[in-house]
Ligand binder design. Structure first.
Ligand SMILES: Cc1cc2nc3c(=O)[nH]c(=O)nc-3n(C[C@H](O)[C@H](O)[C@H](O)COP(=O)(O)OP(=O)(O)OC[C@H]3O[C@@H](n4cnc5c(N)ncnc54)[C@H](O)[C@@H]3O)c2cc1C
Length: 411
């Protein structure tokens, strides 16, 4: 009988940890050690494995755990990125990988709900998105207000000038997707080690090994660090001022019993540009509730110690928005709230680059609140950097392009 994912992960972790804890254990040498089993690390590990490398994936808390940025219930995937065509292309190229992974899972990982962005005016972001999507041949539909109201009756479109509907995008079941991916990686012969890597010590032009908090040594030819909001802790000199984790609050509300307007058949993933104060949300998937969040960056947050309870202020804000935009949910009971952290670069661009002093080490992160959907494309790019070089090097992903302060430009 095929082992379950839980058995595989537990087995892999236990095998690595079964020797006496006091001794210094040297783990089986790997071609590449990947630190961090969030969406970026897991896809990088999988893409390296697909390229024939022996890969060790290391994370003390498990894939997409409760405090990881990838650990939420759901994440939106969309192609609307204004003039930032690079992210449209990455979102698009990732869809096939997500679909293929979903076919291997017991429960679906991708809900093709469609995605609707709407704007109070003919926003330059909307116009640029239309231009890019036309050029790429995407089936994105431009909706006038009356059409939007007819098709999406849950939304009060008062003050909306324009909607963009992307039928082939939707919602990824985030935590389940990363857990499934790591299970497939382990089934295909990848190694998983449940251990916390210590900040690496300086090497002469290269990194030679890693040490873990429980006294193990990890040897590999090459290393990838995909530690999300923990990256600044592993590389304080390089990243403490370049990646800023912020506190983000997410809410799930109970829709009226049996009301189809809030289900995935009728309500797409959505975002209201709302004059610059952007709110976004998702339909009631798997009966979790109607999801809603404000996209504005919250205060700086420690991913281990930060308080995970929601604030009364954030709840009041989403309730006020709901009363205006989704009036049928005005008094809906709160099912659940979650506090997660974005790990932001100054302008919202990702970091995927070699370490400036260690040629055999790659840094991957700064998903900046929009990276999940692009996990497969990020993993492919990072794997290409590890094994040689991608076909074209993208300056926007470089460490040198990462400012210590600035305005968020990617939305
Ligand atoms: C509330 C919220 C909503 C979002 N919505 C969307 C969305 O709708 N669409 C979208 O595309 N993106 C969205 N994002 C962004 C996306 O989720 C993140 O960009 C992405 O999950 C980041 O993944 P990661 O792998 O870099 O980090 P993480 O998922 O945080 O993974 C990092 C991993 O590194 C491990 N680690 C840390 N330190 C060590 C160590 N010393 N040793 C070993 N392992 C270590 C951690 O345990 C963790 O598992 C959202 C994010 C949040 C918080």
């Amino acid at each position: 009988m095929r082992p379950t994912r839980r058995e595989l992960l537990a087995g892999a972790a236990a095998a690595s940890l079964s020797a006496p804890a006091a001794a210094q254990i040297i783990t089986r040498p790997a071609d590449v050690a990947v630190v961090g089993a969030g969406v970026f690390g897991a896809w990088t590990a999988k893409k390296l494995q697909d390229a024939g490398r022996r890969v060790l994936l290391v994370d003390p808390w498990g894939p997409a755990h409760a405090r990881a940025s990838s650990g939420g219930e759901s994440r939106m995937t969309r192609g609307a990125y204004g003039a930032d065509e690079i992210y449209t292309r990455m979102a698009l190229s990732s869809l096939d990988d997500w679909r293929a992974l979903s076919r291997t899972a017991g429960l679906p990982l991708f809900a093709e709900t469609g995605v609707l962005f709407f704007f109070p005016d003919r926003d330059p972001y909307a116009l640029a998105t239309i231009e890019v999507h036309r050029r790429l041949g995407l089936p994105t539909q431009v909706l006038e207000r009356a059409e939007m109201t007819r098709r999406f009756p849950a939304i009060d479109s008062d003050g909306v000038a324009l909607g963009l509907y992307e039928p082939q995008f939707g919602v990824l079941m985030a935590r389940r997707a990363v857990q499934t991916l790591v299970a497939r990686f382990v089934e295909a012969g990848g190694s998983y080690l449940a251990a916390q890597v210590l900040p690496p010590e300086a090497g002469q032009g290269r990194l030679n090994r890693l040490r873990t908090a429980d006294g193990q040594t990890i040897n590999a030819d090459r290393f990838v660090f995909a530690a999300g909001p923990w990256l600044p802790r592993l590389f304080p000199d390089l990243l403490a001022r370049r990646i800023r984790p912020t506190r983000q609050e997410v809410f799930f509300f109970r829709p009226p019993a049996g009301d189809p307007r809030f289900g995935p058949g009728q309500l797409p993933g959505w975002a209201d540009f709302n004059g610059g104060d952007l709110f976004y949300g998702m339909p009631d998937l798997e009966a979790r509730g109607f999801k809603i969040a404000r996209d504005t960056h919250g205060p700086v947050m420690d991913p281990d110690e930060g308080d995970r309870g929601h604030s009364a202020e954030a709840l009041a804000r989403v309730r006020a928005f709901i009363a205006r935009r989704f009036p049928a949910l005005r008094d809906a009971p709160l099912n659940e709230s979650r506090v997660c952290q974005y790990e932001n670069s100054a302008n919202g661009d990702f970091l995927i680059d070699r370490h400036p002093r260690w040629h055999n080490t790659v840094l991957v992160g700064a998903g900046s609140g929009h990276g999940f959907k692009m996990g497969p494309a990020v993993g492919a790019y990072a794997a290409a950097l590890v094994t040689g070089a991608p076909l074209s090097i993208e300056p926007r992903f470089s460490l040198s392009s990462k400012a210590e302060s600035g305005e968020r430009l990617v939305h």
